[in-house]
Design a protein around this ligand. Structure first.
Ligand code: HH2
Length: 286
């Protein structure tokens, strides 16, 4: 078995397990909302990746394009140029690392999988590129299907729902059905409500309060709340890097409702909180 197949199998183990799975965020971008420019240099990126693994990350999510509200897309060539050297560098020092590539472009996903990535994090849930679903099916790798209303450039202008929880749940169920109809294996699907992606403050809170409705779909649920602006709205903390305590609260609440994957910038804090939450909840179940 080649390295990619081995790492894909390892990613499958994370998907099948009870969790919690801590996903360390690595943005190889000049403009991400909280860490833009910090890890744009491949060496700095690889060092940060190793640090997150040492702090207890189970996997890493590497992205080459910011999808923050108002952001502009980059070209596929540029995205590949940012992501692939970093993947190679991380895997040369940490060959066992499970890495997802945060992209909706099949060309970038293909290049990343060839470089040793194990799964794909698609914020468009396979709507962004018609070639993505067949790539996932052929690679037999896990895929994260995320809900987003609109697109990053304009998504925060006027998010609008009748019933945000029901609409997000129905969307994720439909996207999972689409993937399965195209041959993607059920056990390779992870779903994500897409906190902050075409959602206002109340929408985000409603989703976090009712995550169990998404867990009921039967797929592992990933949650991405890390340092996001709803934490600022609640706490008044303007500096994104300082929103770790608020983020940790969301991690614990989401874990209690059955979320499995936690996409975070601050690995150490979230890992520690999850260890405690896990111990308490497991004890109380006995
Ligand atoms: N959030 C961001 C990016 N990718 N992927 C998933 N599946 N879920 C998320 O919630 C999610 C995501 C935005 O956060 P970040 O990567 O820190 O910022 P930016 O998009 O500015 O790079």
């Amino acid at each position: 078995m080649g390295r990619t197949a081995r790492n894909t199998a390892r990613a499958g183990t994370l998907t099948a397990g009870p969790g919690p799975v801590v996903v360390g965020i690595l943005n190889v971008t000049p403009d991400s909302f909280s860490d833009g420019g910090d890890f744009f240099d491949p060496e700095a990126a690889a060092e940060h990746a190793a640090a997150m693994l040492d702090e207890g990350a189970d996997m890493l999510d590497v992205g080459g394009e910011s999808t923050r509200p108002g952001s502009d897309p980059v070209s596929q060539e540029e995205e590949i140029r940012r992501v692939v050297p970093v993947l190679k560098r991380i895997l040369s020092v940490r060959p066992e690392a499970v890495i997802s590539v945060d992209t909706y472009r099949s060309g970038t996903a293909k290049a990343a999988l060839e470089a040793g990535a194990s799964l794909v994090n698609d914020v468009t849930a396979l709507r962004g590129d018609p070639g993505m679903v067949s790539l996932i099916e052929e690679a037999a790798c896990p895929v994260i299907l995320m809900h987003m209303q609109g697109e990053p450039k304009t998504m925060q202008k006027e998010p609008n729902y009748q019933d945000v929880v029901r609409e997000v749940r129905d969307f994720l169920a439909e996207r999972a059905e689409y993937a399965v109809a195209a041959g993607v294996r059920l056990e390779n699907i992870i779903v994500d409500p897409g906190i902050g992606f075409g959602k206002n403050f109340q929408h985000n809170l409603a989703l976090l309060r009712n995550l169990d409705a998404l867990v009921d779909l039967g797929f592992p649920v990933l949650i991405g709340t890390s340092r996001k602006s709803f934490v600022e709205r609640i706490t008044g903390v303007q500096e994104a890097r300082d929103r770790v305590f608020g983020t940790v609260a969301t991690t614990v609440l989401a874990f209690e409702q059955g979320a499995t994957f936690f996409r975070v910038h601050d690995v150490r804090a979230n890992r520690q909180a999850l260890a405690v939450a896990e111990a308490v909840l497991h004890t109380s179940r006995r």
